[in-house]
Ligand binder design. Structure first.
Ligand code: NDP
Length: 292
């Protein structure tokens, strides 16, 4: 039977550790979440972040802007939060209604407060091998989930499907770094990759971050591989009271008997992403406290 990597349980355990650390601080770390518009998926993600922050004792403030908010207004809001010394971490919840300015807004957040790790500065620091930079939460969550389950990536072939800005690309950089539990040989695939199934079958660890429901099937998986499912899609399901359910990028039932370990959706990578956001907020606070 494969090991099911339970991110929900681990995130709750990490919450207890974070809570103890936060309790011992002089001041409560503060996270500001800027949300533009009312995207249904974002509402759910933000709610989960607020609940987890409350659990660990981090003060989280949600700043809602109307979906028609101008770029000027969004940039102004981030600039004020950058200036505010009582705010230690800032995130702008993606996707923005106007995606054309998303990258520039991520880059406007001070690197020291960029707890999502999306800014060019933090991505650059990660590329340069600075382990103490703020690292994107989903990649960091995946690494932590694997490490806590004694899955060491050193020397192993990791194939990542999806080169997105938030998951696949920073993950490929992180896992190939000379950091503890990393040192993997990484192949990064995307929609233009040829012979994708063939490449995927060479993976000791296969990570899917495409947003394509049930994209990975057993013909793409080597016997004994570790499978990490990042994708979250809402698919129609008339057997559910809501008429829909969450579905990952990996066809769980199809691959279950071939792999050695697998993350479920929901309850795998998602909760770890939230846990790492709070860990990053604590890290940002600790660095702030050292400077002042
Ligand atoms: P993006 O849209 O930025 O990236 C998707 C990537 O998948 C792209 O690189 C794209 O290739 C690739 N892709 C799409 N279709 C195929 C295909 N048929 N074959 C090969 N590659 C393909 O998405 P994100 O990285 O932001 O998110 C990916 C998924 O992860 C989504 O479902 C999202 O909801 C989920 N997610 C989950 C999180 C969690 O905490 N669990 C956190 C963040 C995201 P190309 O570049 O060529 O277009």
């Amino acid at each position: 039977m494969p090991l099911v990597l339970d991110g929900k349980k681990l995130a709750l355990e990490l919450a207890e550790e974070l809570k103890v650390k936060v309790f011992g601080l002089f001041q409560r770390p503060k996270l500001a979440i800027v949300m533009v518009g009312d995207n249904a998926a974002s509402e759910l993600y933000v709610r989960n972040k607020l609940v987890y922050a409350e659990r660990v004792g981090i003060s989280a403030e949600l700043i809602r802007l109307d979906k028609s908010a101008s770029q000027h207004k969004i940039f102004g809001t981030v600039a004020e939060l950058n200036e505010n010394d009582s705010v230690h971490g800032i995130i702008v919840q993606a996707p923005l209604p106007d995606r054309s300015c998303q990258e520039r807004i991520f880059d406007t957040i001070l690197a020291e407060k960029d707890v999502d790790g999306f800014s060019a500065t933090n991505i650059g620091r990660l590329c340069n091998g600075q382990r103490d930079c703020l690292i994107a939460c989903t990649p960091l969550g995946i690494l932590t989930l694997l490490a806590k389950n004694n899955i060491n990536l050193a020397g192993r072939h990791v194939v990542i499907i999806g080169r997105g800005r938030i998951v696949g690309r920073p993950l490929s950089i992180l896992l190939s770094q000379k950091f503890e539990n990393c040192n993997a040989t990484v192949t990064l695939c995307h929609s233009e990759s040829r012979n994708l199934a063939e490449i995927a079958r060479t993976a000791d660890v296969l990570i899917a971050a495409t947003g394509q429901p049930k994209f990975v099937t057993k013909d793409m998986v080597k016997e004994g591989a570790v499978l990490v499912d990042v994708g979250i899609s809402s698919v129609r399901d008339d057997t559910c009271p809501s008429g829909s359910r969450l579905c990952g990028d990996i066809d769980f039932d199809d691959v279950y008997h071939i792999c050695s370990a697998i993350t479920p959706v929901p309850g795998g990578v998602g909760p770890m992403t939230v846990a790492m956001l709070m860990r990053n907020t604590l890290q940002a606070y600790e660095k702030f406290a050292l400077r002042t």
